[in-house]
Design a protein around this ligand. Sequence first.
Ligand code: NAD
Length: 256
Amino acid sequence: SLAGKTAIITGSNSGIGLGVARELAKAGADVVLNSFTDRDEDHTLAAEIGKETGTNARYIKADMSKGDECRALIEQAGACDILVNNAGIQHVSPIDQFPTDKWDAIIAINMNSAFHTTAAAMPMMRAAGWGRIVNIASAHGLTASPFKAAYVAAKHGVVGMTKTVALETAQEPITCNAICPGYVLTPLVEAQIPNTMKEYNMSREDVVKNVLLERQPSKEFATVEQLGGTTIFLCSDAAAQITGTTISVDGGWTAL
Ligand code: NAD
């Protein structure tokens, strides 16, 4: 059980972050949800998770594109035994047309935020004598696709930082790993299906199998519950010697 542990999950009012937060709370952890929005429903979501699981769940607003807010999130939480760096955005464009503001935002949110949160959390983990850092990278942290230069650069960067942090903490009871999901059916991905159906004049089933899951040999999406389960495994004693590595949850994508 993760009872008594505080888990901070960045970008967790939707999708993978929310799924991971729910699984961590079910395993007994006190979770901190985060996004930049600070709406009533964000706080309600945290309250519901706390009620359902009998844990102390909170929502803290912080914009992960800003280094000082990343650090403030950790400070405000007051404890950080488990840090899940999950916040991320995407933009698709050829390199010569890639908007500089999109490049900067992706590098800041998808990569730099993990630097700031990890730096702020490290003294707390050392003081507590235990820590788990789980970076939600991507199959794009290990391979590339055209038109995703910023995303692929940021995710490869996260995988590199994961290895370095693992070496710096190798002789302490702290581990740092990256999970590399393939396609996960989050609201973000779901929203692309209707337009893609029109664009290709395809059924939903064909869009899912032949467009979205083209590179995912299993032809099935990974689920947010599976990513939560992988996170919990990395937090378990069985995973104490797993550090500085990646775990792919991608239906065979990176085996191709
Ligand atoms: P999503 O859009 O559902 O969730 C993204 C989360 O990040 C949201 O909670 C959003 O509020 C938050 N966020 C965005 N910008 C932020 C900011 N500036 N400050 C704070 N929070 C911010 O997307 P998702 O699919 O759940 O993606 C989550 C992570 O998983 C991302 O890092 C993404 O790259 C990665 N990932 C997703 C897939 C997939 O197929 N969905 C595959 C591999 C990796």
